[in-house]
Design a binder for this molecule. Structure first.
Ligand SMILES: Cc1ncc(COP(=O)(O)O)c(C=O)c1O
Length: 447
């Protein structure tokens, strides 16, 4: 049980932050953990229940980060816990790469049946978003016999050498690690908030796609050498940017004209977060390959690379992973999938619309809020120095994130200057109100 105060579903801060136990853990952490981890504030989590995370000092926080968009069904959802307990008492590991087990087949069938476009699919299971993208890259090269890729500025696709070559989010993620794999070209991702003056969002999207054809393909990159265009339907780490409606369709036509595969990275925006199972469904576009991870198993490590059946034609031994599709992770995923389809995708759509409605007048009320945007429970609030120049305000964004933490609300930044709201898909209206009220309070303090 969480510590007792009137509302167990809302935050309760008992100590100065970090509290004494948290301070002690952080001190030990600093001596032995990789300094490459980025911690925005000193939360030392001890347990989680629903949307609440309790720290080691008994402080309760409302988790609007969901462990970076992972705890889709909330922390320790009883049905997920039960599925994990049941499976782990039966079979923890057998390696689906060398042997068969039924729940891996069952989950692949479900993913295949619900994937956008209604075309037959095959599924490769890995352990992380990065691995899902790595598999997508290898499969695209193998299937097409081509070696080049187009990705987008601002994209985050992971940190292993292949996936990192696609990532163009923050220079620190690449610094010192080159050379990365050659032949990856980065095009502009259309950001409706930062489009050129006097140009509609749709025309801006068209211009970004035309630049691939008219500039990249003419000057540098023969299109028949391109294996895949890799894109996040909604940019996550790049700042929770929702492209104009026509962007992905235009990209799909371009890809089709040149025999290039279209890969959607739905690691952050998929699995119901946007109020539909797949973000692609909002745009009516069917990717050839797409990647899923994060929220897929409510916190157990699992990812899926889902391709049109005819594309996943590599032979036995071409690609595999010892742990990928682990039976316990799959059991958690099956329970998660069931909860999403039964109620949580609808809740994400409803609560997302409610929060966006409450945030809509923030740019009018707060001079430092440049833009509010979102789909379902993938919501970004862009913090600027002033609305006229749209100059980014990363330090102010960081202060707001810390102020929210001190008030019991866990949020994270995205991109250089946006606050992301990516709560579990189970949030209630009271929890949504607490989050918006807290953000309001923080913005007033920094007005
Ligand atoms: C869109 C996207 N792709 C890939 C990744 C990499 O996932 P992982 O950290 O599980 O390797 C992330 C992680 O943030 C992501 O947001």
């Amino acid at each position: 049980m969480l510590s007792d105060t009137a509302r167990l579903d809302l935050p309760h801060i008992l100590t100065a932050l970090p509290g004494p136990r948290a301070r002690a853990v952080i001190e030990r952490d600093q001596a032995v953990l990789s300094p490459s981890y980025t911690r925005s504030y000193p939360l030392v989590a001890s347990r989680g229940e629903g949307v609440i995370v309790e720290d080691v000092d008994g402080n309760r926080f409302l988790d609007f980060s969901a462990g970076i968009a992972v705890a889709s069904t909330g922390h320790c959802h009883p049905e997920v816990v039960e599925a994990i307990e049941r499976q782990s008492a039966r079979l923890i590991h057998m390696s689906g790469t060398d042997f068969y087990y039924e729940n891996m087949v069952e989950f692949a069938e479900k993913l295949s049946a619900t994937a956008p476009g209604g075309v037959p699919r095959r599924v490769y299971f890995g352990n992380s978003g990065t691995e899902a993208m790595e598999a997508a890259m290898k499969l695209a090269r193998f299937h097409t016999g081509r070696d080049k890729f187009i990705a987008f500025r601002g994209a985050f696709h992971g940190r292993t050498m292949g996936a990192l070559s696609l990532t163009a989010s923050k220079a620190v993620q690449r610094k010192g690690f080159g050379p990365l794999i050659p032949g990856v070209f980065h095009a502009h991702y259309p950001d409706p908030y930062r489009r050129p003056a006097g140009v509609s969002a749709e025309d801006h999207a068209m211009a970004c796609v035309h630049a691939i054809e008219e500039d990249l393909f003419r000057r540098m990159l023969p299109p028949d050498e391109v294996a895949a265009i890799v894109v996040e339907p909604i940019q996550g780490e790049g700042g929770y940017i929702i492209p104009p409606k026509n962007f992905l369709g235009e990209l799909a036509s371009l890809a089709e004209r040149h025999g290039i595969l279209l890969v959607f990275d739905e690691v952050q925006c998929g699995m119901g977060r946007t109020g539909k199972l797949w973000a692609a469904e909002h745009f009516g576009v069917t990717p050839d390959i797409f990647a899923s991870a994060k929220g897929i198993a409510s916190g157990l490590p699992l990812s899926a690379t889902i391709a049109r059946a005819g594309i996943m034609n590599w032979p036995a031994g071409a690609h595999a992973s010892t742990f990928g599709g682990n039976p316990v992770a799959i059991a958690a995923a099956l329970a998660t999938f069931d909860l999403l389809q039964r109620e949580l995708i609808a809740n994400a759509a409803g609560m997302g619309a409610y929060i966006l409605d409450r945030l809509r007048d923030f740019p009018r009320r707060f001079p430092h809020v440049g833009d509010v945007r979102g789909l379902g429970l993938m919501i970004g609030i862009e913090i600027v120095h002033d609305q006229e120049s749209k100059e980014r305000a990363p330090e102010l964004r960081d202060r707001l994130v810390t102020l929210a933490f001190e008030r019991g609300l866990l949020v994270l930044g995205a991109g250089r200057n946006a606050i992301r709201l990516s709560p579990p898909l189970i949030i209630t209206r009271d929890q949504a109100d607490f989050a918006v009220d807290t953000l309001e309070e923080c913005l007033k303090l920094e007005a």
